[in-house]
Ligand binder design. Structure first.
Ligand SMILES: O=P(O)(O)OC[C@H]1O[C@H](O[C@H]2O[C@H](CO)[C@@H](O)[C@H](O)[C@H]2O)[C@H](O)[C@@H](O)[C@@H]1O
Ligand SMILES: O=c1ccn([C@@H]2O[C@H](COP(=O)(O)OP(=O)(O)O)[C@@H](O)[C@H]2O)c(=O)[nH]1
Length: 465
């Protein structure tokens, strides 16, 4: 089997004892352990001087981590700039938030070129290169320009927008040309795939050949042929199920239950990102208390929201907005023995979260747009099958394509989300069990192992031209 070389902006903790948190980290580590290989990306360190150093290499068994520092300028232009102030809002349909600047676009290209330059000497002819996410779209083309002919795949973890939205980016054609330098381009959902195919047809007059529901689309554009397909990312379902069974008896979960003194719990867990719909979610909870006052002093809402991308102005603004909103709502409804919203700007480990999910009667996942949303899947997997909680899920999360037995809501419709919360809090056990069982069937047949293997298998079959 060919060696796998994974390239992503963030590389999971190198310390083996430390648990890799997200689905991406879990999947990539498992894939790399199987094939052996390299995980290449940013070290997470920003240095003051202009850096052109060599990658820092750490070998763990058959796996090599190779990481590079970013200079302050590179970090500003590539990560905070083009990746998170242009592509991120654009891909999440937030045109009003995009910043268009040649300086950051050039910085983004420069860092992709720098990363490619440093990876080339580490590559072997038979390697398969798997590049992740919007930070690194030009990376494959940068490798090809340096004479690399290896099989190369790309996976986009965010939504892919409709062509009408994408064309707001002045250099949209260049970005799509860069995507077409790969042999395989993966998306989370059929909706993202369709948007990509629409762009190829409408904007480029390219040809799209349908290979059937699981076969994806063959794309002919820019003189190349590539496969584009949906591979919905997932979770390590079996591991989470057993983790939740024990975690619910942990000290953290016991303390949470004691603090509730019999009240019911609604939980939300999200990076503090404007794409996650947190202000609307807080207002929906407020509306629940207004429309269904019987829940006052009977229900608590725990929102875990670790700060994210804290140098970007929109993230500073959303943090301030949520502090004010939670303060206002708590001031309006709190009693001397009850605070309606427990709003926490800190992160928790996987085990603690598993226990919290199982303790909560409702999982509230209402992004305005989200590539997948692993929290939705984790919440379901962590439920007690004999007494499961209810997932309230935004129709604009990729996860809603698969978890259609959740209560699906429009996150912009605050009154409808409040009604869905009321329905979740009053749902009878047989309906809860039926909905949970249906979602678990999906999570078992399409877990993180399925995602990894189906992607790697499709990459192994490249090239498609
Ligand atoms: O690296 P950060 O800037 O701290 O951001 C964290 C990650 O956020 C995004 O996650 C996405 O990937 C998830 C897994 O596929 C998906 O479920 C979710 O919908 C996406 O938002 C981002 O795409 C990652 O690159 C970041 O590392
Ligand atoms: O305090 C926290 C908050 C989140 N997460 C994890 O971070 C991931 C978030 O992934 P998701 O797809 O929901 O959203 P993203 O942040 O990638 O946009 C999930 O695996 C969460 O369990 C975590 O480990 N601790």
């Amino acid at each position: 089997m060919s060696r796998l070389v994974v390239v992503s902006n963030r590389v999971a903790p190198i310390d083996e004892g430390k648990q890799a948190a997200g689905g991406l980290a879990v999947a990539v580590l498992a894939a790399l352990k199987k094939t052996g290989g390299i995980w290449f990306g940013w070290s997470g360190t920003v240095v003051e001087e202009e850096s052109q150093s060599e990658p820092r290499r750490t070998d763990v068994g058959r796996l090599t981590y190779a990481t590079l520092d970013l200079s302050r300028r590179d970090f500003e232009e590539y990560y905070n700039g083009f990746a998170n102030q242009t592509l991120w809002p654009l891909f999440h349909y937030r045109l009003g938030l995009i910043e268009v600047s040649r300086r950051t676009r050039e910085g983004y290209k420069r860092v992709n070129g720098y990363f490619a330059e440093k990876l080339v000497p580490l590559l072997r002819p038979d390697d398969m290169v798997w590049v992740h996410d919007y930070h690194l779209i030009p990376f494959g083309e940068e490798l090809r320009q340096r004479g690399c002919n290896q099989r190369m795949g790309f996976f986009l973890h965010t939504p892919f927008p409709a062509p009408e939205v994408l064309v707001a980016l002045p250099n949209h054609r260049e970005v799509i040309r860069e995507l077409c330098a790969y042999d395989l381009v993966g998306f989370h959902t059929q909706v993202d795939l369709r948007c990509f195919a629409d762009y190829i047809r409408q904007e480029l007059n390219g040809e799209v050949e349908d290979r059937g529901p699981e076969g994806g689309l063959l794309i002919h554009a820019f003189g190349r042929t590539l496969l584009a397909r949906a591979f919905p990312i997932s979770i390590d379902t079996d591991t989470l199920v057993s983790l939740a069974e024990t975690a619910v008896r942990s000290r953290h979960s016991e303390r949470l239950k004691e603090s509730l003194v019999g009240r019911r719990l609604i939980i939300g867990v999200d990076r503090l990102d404007y794409s996650k719909g947190l202000p609307q979610r807080f207002q929906a909870f407020e509306q629940l208390l207004v429309a269904y006052p019987e829940h006052c002093n009977r229900v608590s809402f725990l929102q875990v929201a670790p700060p994210s991308r804290e140098d970007v102005p929109e993230y500073i603004a959303i943090k301030r907005e949520l502090s004010e909103l939670s303060g206002r709502i708590n001031g309006r409804f709190a009693e001397f023995d009850w605070v309606p919203i427990r709003y926490l700007n800190k992160s928790f480990g996987r085990r603690v979260l598993a226990g919290f999910y199982r303790t909560a009667h409702v999982g509230l996942v209402t992004p305005l747009r989200d590539g997948m949303n692993l929290v939705a899947k984790e919440y379901v997997a962590c439920q007690d099958p004999d007494d499961p909680g209810v997932l309230v899920l935004s129709t604009f999360a990729g996860a809603a394509r698969e978890l259609d037995s959740a209560l699906i809501v429009n996150p912009f419709d605050i009154e409808a989300v409040a009604d869905a919360l009321q329905r979740a809090l009053t749902m009878a056990l047989p309906e809860r069990k039926e909905r949970h069982a249906a979602m678990m069937r999906t999570l078992r047949s399409h877990d993180i192992g399925w995602w990894r293997e189906s992607y790697v298998d499709a990459l192994t079959r490249a090239p498609y031209g």
